[in-house]
Write a protein that binds this ligand. Sequence first.
Ligand SMILES: Cc1cc2nc3c(=O)[nH]c(=O)nc-3n(C[C@H](O)[C@H](O)[C@H](O)COP(=O)(O)OP(=O)(O)OC[C@H]3O[C@@H](n4cnc5c(N)ncnc54)[C@H](O)[C@@H]3O)c2cc1C
Length: 595
Amino acid sequence: MTTYKAPLREYRFVLSELFDVGSLAQLPGYTEATPDTIEAILEEAGKLCEEVLFPLNRSGDEEGCHYENGVVRTPAGFKEAYRAFREGGWTSLACDPEWGGQGLPHTLAFFVEEMVCSTNMSFGMYPGLSHGAYRALSMHGTEAQKKTYLPKLADGTWSGTMCLTEPHCGTDLGQIRTKAIPAGDGKYRITGTKIFISAGEHDLTDNIVHLVLARLPDAPEGTRGISLFVVPKFLPGPDGGIGARNGVRCGSIEHKMGIKASATCVMNFDEAEGELVGAPHKGMRAMFTMMNAARLGVGVQGLGLAETAYQGARAYAAERLQGRALKGPAYPEKPADPIIVHPDVRRMLLTMKATIEAARALAAWTAIELDVSEKHPDPERRQEAEDLVALLTPIVKAWFTDVGFAAANLGVQIMGGHGYIREHGMEQLVRDARITQLYEGTNGIQALDLVGRKLPMHMGRLLRRFFHPVSGFIEEQAADQTMAEFVLPLAKAFGKLQQATAHIAQAGLKDPDEAGAAAADYLKMFALTASAYMWAKTAKIALAKSEAGEDAGFYRAKLATARFFMARLLPETSSLLTVIASGAKPVMALEAEAF
Ligand SMILES: Cc1cc2nc3c(=O)[nH]c(=O)nc-3n(C[C@H](O)[C@H](O)[C@H](O)COP(=O)(O)OP(=O)(O)OC[C@H]3O[C@@H](n4cnc5c(N)ncnc54)[C@H](O)[C@@H]3O)c2cc1C
């Protein structure tokens, strides 16, 4: 069995030592979000995840969801767990108090979500999608729509979905065929089929609020002609409760590789009544509000799964007795040494630990900046924060989910054949993690977003929001000899990232395939460099605290992991630069017919 303990010490480190979560309490609306309150809430969330969600993870995977005549039932225990989650106020953490929310920072919600995904990713899909729907309606809905839907989504009595994908189009939403015909009363009749809709139908909430992309009759071709509609399963009644059944039904559920307790539905809309959200033909813009938040959320899913895989692998490596340490028995009194003595097992565990902890630090940075981008009184500071979040979003989504899958895979490797066997729980993490690299825009699409949109945006302004603090840190630390072993590798990788950026900017101008062929490698290079920045900042703190004090061991572990990262993982940036510089030709030369 995999085990899980909420990584509360890690949260305290990234939030209060590496970054200053306390600064959020200075922002209007967040005065109650002091570091102590944040810590106490994380601890409570940790208990719920360990005690309620984690025990349902394997049974949910084994049982899956049930479909019968349009009705979907979640696995045993999910309804009770959802009720406990809802009644505990966990659905409304970051929602606006005007709509019954608790008005707490996104930063807090981010790490609660990490623990939820660590312990039961399928379960986390239900409140996760509701949160996306809440965000889209709160930013683009009319006052009446907000009043109808936001309090219900915030308190979790109703849930939300995101209906984009159709059988013939996933990435290329410009091909959407679902139609919205004006009904003459300000409402619309929505007709079409959506597939792969997470939480499209289930038994956890009284109503399901679908946010649906569809075309108006006069819509221009492509993504410019897509509008967003809110289409509830039950039309809202006059008293604010539920009214008549709407014309949207679940046709079937998918049988899939992982997240089996999350209902992935075919949704048929048959002249369902809907209301326009935002302006006609501007649905993609509104949907992007939801997708950007959702992309960060998917990144956090990757991080959460990676943490569980690491904890399981670490416990196994300390207990499993096989072979002897190469230098001679480490535990001669035992029949064999625990496998943690073997360099190859340590390599795998440290790869997990070093990538996970750097990702969590990046998550903290991104989340705090997301809060600043919404709440800071100074518009210039808000813009700066928004730029950084926009730049980091594709990296958080793609890199964290790659880390999640790689960590789960390493977890299986560390457990040997036992990792492949169901009862140990590690193979489920591999299956669950795999989807995170695909939905919310595949990781390939995230790389294109980084290279094609975020780099050139505002003449490189977004990029400077990352480059300036990194180069500033390198300069500041130049005189500190104790930091040289961290700062020199960071500076080297950063130089290479700048070279790669210049190469892509120039070559991509002449030939877009150059940027396309470099994109995935560039995103990885960027993520490794950003991780090195996090590790160098961590090392600065750890150097000061690793000599004495009750937590000295924690900081020594940070230093050893930082050294591993710099020595064993960061050098990949050199080969990535070589690959990027080789250009598009090796990728594009082969004729399509010759594959
Ligand atoms: C379990 C599950 C849950 C889901 N939940 C939802 C949901 O709640 N709501 C929803 O609307 N959808 C949902 N989806 C759909 C998901 O978002 C899509 O599957 C995903 O966006 C990819 O689309 P596709 O499957 O059609 O692949 P395609 O778009 O056909 O892509 C196939 C491959 O081609 C690549 N590719 C495509 N276009 C380009 C391009 N322009 N440049 C480079 N490479 C390209 C892709 O990266 C990918 O590798 C879910 C899917 C699954 C499996």
